[in-house]
Design a protein around this ligand. Sequence first.
Ligand SMILES: Nc1ncnc2c1ncn2[C@@H]1O[C@H](COP(=O)(O)OP(=O)(O)O)[C@@H](O)[C@H]1O
Ligand SMILES: [Mg+2]
Length: 220
Amino acid sequence: MDIITVQNLKKYYGSGSNQVRALDGVDLTVAQGGFTAIVGASGSGKTTLLNMMGGLDVPTAGEVIVDGVSLSGLREEQRAVFRRKKVGFVFQNYNLVPTLTVEENILFPLDLDGSAPDEKYLQEITELLGLTGKMRDYPGMLSGGQQQRAAIARALITKPPIILADEPTGNLDSQNGQNVAGLLKMTTELYHRTLVLITHNLELAQLADRVVRMQDGRIV
Ligand SMILES: Nc1ncnc2c1ncn2[C@@H]1O[C@H](COP(=O)(O)OP(=O)(O)O)[C@@H](O)[C@H]1O
Ligand SMILES: [Mg+2]
């Protein structure tokens, strides 16, 4: 079964001779439970595509259907609810809140929903991600790899069916990058999540079930 269907998706910026076709007719399906890597040169449209799949941005034309729901039919507030329920995001720069502890950062998406944490699950992912003993620290006290592992825990905490990761290893050295990518793969497999990961690193892309290559706003 496909959890994400992208149909003839277009995103244009500007107009006339300054027009940039960030996405120029993308068709893609993502199978539930799989690990898809998206590769391609800088500027090829990878982030734009991922943001559309996560309902962070709206297309110029075309459709994104997630779990049977067409995102173009949703208003802004409905898209926010969609994101909270369906998607966990992992970004290159971790996007942790510096004034919150690691534990508070991880639980933050639940606070937004007013949901109580599943303590057993929290402890389980904390251990899997090697964050035991770091929960009361602030992000600034952690290494890049530790910060990204906290961001992965935050993405997993609401148990969303989809994890979208945009160059999650881009700020890490190769060993920490391998570690973070391996943990993303392991945790998403363990909890049967669907992982879509953008990377520049072809070695990391090899971890995926499927590699999608982008060029000039298209899949090639
Ligand atoms: N907000 C924006 N305004 C104008 N152009 C943009 C904007 N976002 C992205 N672009 C352009 O769209 C193209 C694709 O960008 P992006 O999706 O970020 O590529 P990638 O993630 O593959 O590096 C690039 O040419 C980029 O400059
Ligand atoms: Mg990008």
